[in-house]
Design a protein around this ligand. Sequence first.
Ligand SMILES: C[S@@+](CC[C@H](N)C(=O)[O-])C[C@H]1O[C@@H](n2cnc3c(N)ncnc32)[C@H](O)[C@@H]1O
Length: 289
Amino acid sequence: MTETIGVETVDDAMADSTLADGGADAMADGGADGAVGAGGFGAAITAAYSDALAEVYDEVYPSTPDLADVGEFLLTLARPGADVLELGVGTGRVALPLADQGFHVHGVESSEGMLARLAAKDPQGRITPVRGDFAGMDLGRRFDVVLAPFNVLCCAMAVDEQIALMHAIARHTASDGHVVIETFDPSDYHVQKKNEVTTYPIGARGAMIESVGVLPASQNMMLQNTLFLDGDAPKSATTVMRYLWPSELDLLGAIAGLELTARYAGWREQPFDGGDSRKMCVSVFRPLA
Ligand SMILES: C[S@@+](CC[C@H](N)C(=O)[O-])C[C@H]1O[C@@H](n2cnc3c(N)ncnc32)[C@H](O)[C@@H]1O
């Protein structure tokens, strides 16, 4: 059974909000009663994008991040049986291996399509799904670990949304708990002059072409993905992300009452020196006393 904490469709969000305010009014309304995050235009855009890609997601990203390593890493911070909140749980690509390792995982997700895939992969209901916008959420409880893997934080497409998300992370973290955030180093993207186009094979069924353009002034990436699947008409989906440097994560953490305790260049605790452009960065925070 999926709990729903509120997420709007793109049409609803358009009615509530405008592109110019980035959905901030709708998000503020959603958070005003402290209970749900109704989301705004940004959350609705990402949900529609994820709905379009849900059917191919696991084939496009079979091993990024290295899924077994995430669980091993969390075991350095928490015991088996600990309560984990995963933001943007998607199809359960990360959450299901964590459940195999004994963690109790709640997964917040705005996309119905992603949650339908998760449900199909999890007939025993080992993951507790929550449908809604993570930036405004208030689940009324705290977790041993709050996990934001695979650039989930960058799905909040504006600074105010990222601040709201970091506050949401902080209010769901136990006083002796940990926050684990995985992001990429965006240095190469930031100076990219032309759209970068990548092709991802989708088994024997076809391919996905992804085009990424960058707006360096706002640190936004515009993603356009087109699916070419055997027997289907081509299908496109678009979203916006906001990339950020690891040092900005520290600022967001400080704003939300979290302090950095460790940073690595991957889930195997590789040393982080900041020089690995586009490589993933794993940051660990704890609540300030
Ligand atoms: C990059 S994917 C990662 C999915 C999953 N963690 C994994 O690694 O396979 C980001 C996920 O976050 C979800 N998402 C994006 N913005 C969201 C929001 N505001 N609230 C809830 N989920 C969101 C997307 O629908 C998508 O499933």
